[in-house]
Design a protein around this ligand. Structure first.
Ligand SMILES: Cc1cc2nc3c(=O)[nH]c(=O)nc-3n(C[C@H](O)[C@H](O)[C@H](O)COP(=O)(O)OP(=O)(O)OC[C@H]3O[C@@H](n4cnc5c(N)ncnc54)[C@H](O)[C@@H]3O)c2cc1C
Length: 233
């Protein structure tokens, strides 16, 4: 992992809405940009005379030629409105890579828990483990969103599961629509985390409330604090 924080200019290559208010964005990868899956960059968002940093996790894997992000656009948010207005070909300054939310690749079973765009770094970590590091131990994901329109990357998760027998995932909706036809699990991630509990390393990413609740449950159920890693958005 790099310790010096470098500045870069990245160019938007593609922008796709993958769920309501959630966009997958791919940017050019600067020459020599080296990162570990799970790290983030700070976009320097133009804000009058100055720039204001906003952090975004990298969802791609280091061997890919671009940097991918998965960003929820909040109405009126400084970065959200700037990114909403960006078109393919526009450039942006950023700093990075940053952060220590990276996967321990030694032979452990890995259990990832993501809510919403918390899936961004976790997608990179899971893909890096099974596609780049050839993990030979189970990798499990529990992914929670509110309703049907908030689910994204289900096609990617399904493809990963088909290709890698050691990977499995579960999606749960906290508020599925009565008429939405959802046939998967419902409830919060806290309702399901204990169902597959084993000797895992845990990686949690999402809101502060989710991370706090899951961490408390895990600690109450005998998981060691050193085996719980998290990033709060
Ligand atoms: C390490 C790290 C990694 C992150 N990675 C990602 C990522 O991969 N994808 C991603 O989408 N975000 C990520 N975030 C969050 C991101 O940095 C911004 O905080 C977020 O995009 C809002 O920025 P903004 O400038 O648009 O809103 P701001 O101008 O900061 O906020 C304006 C208004 O937007 C609304 N708002 C902002 N954030 C939220 C929220 N979380 N929930 C509800 N309303 C909100 C509120 O009304 C707020 O008053 C990450 C944060 C951290 C610390």
């Amino acid at each position: 992992m790099s310790t010096s924080i470098q500045s870069h200019i990245v160019t938007l290559l593609s922008k796709k809405e993958v769920a309501q208010h959630v966009f997958e964005l791919r940017f050019s990868k600067p020459d020599g940009f080296s990162y570990t899956a799970g790290q983030f960059v700070q976009f320097l968002i133009p804000n009058g005379e100055k720039t204001t940093p906003r952090s975004y996790s990298i969802s791609s894997i280091p061997t890919e030629a671009y940097l991918e992000f998965c960003i929820k656009l909040h109405e009126g948010g400084l970065a959200s409105e700037y990114i909403r207005a960006m078109n393919v070909g526009s450039s942006l300054s950023c700093k990075g890579p940053l952060g220590r939310f990276v996967v321990d690749v030694n032979s452990h079973d890995h259990y990832f828990v993501a809510t919403g765009v918390g899936l961004a770094p976790i997608m990179g970590m899971i893909r890096s483990l099974i596609e780049e590091k050839n993990a030979d131990h189970p990798v499990r994901l529990l992914f929670g969103v509110r309703e049907e329109e908030d689910v994204f990357w289900i096609d990617r998760l399904e493809e990963l599961k088909q290709k890698h027998s050691l990977f499995d995932y579960t999606i749960t909706l906290s508020q599925p629509k009565p008429t939405g036809g959802w046939q998967g699990l419902s409830g919060r991630v806290t309702d399901h985390i204990l169902h597959h509990l084993g000797k895992h390393k845990f990686y949690l990413c999402g809101s502060a409330a989710m991370v706090k609740d899951i961490r408390t449950l895990l600690l109450e159920n005998g998981i060691d604090t050193k085996d719980i890693h998290f990033e709060i958005f």
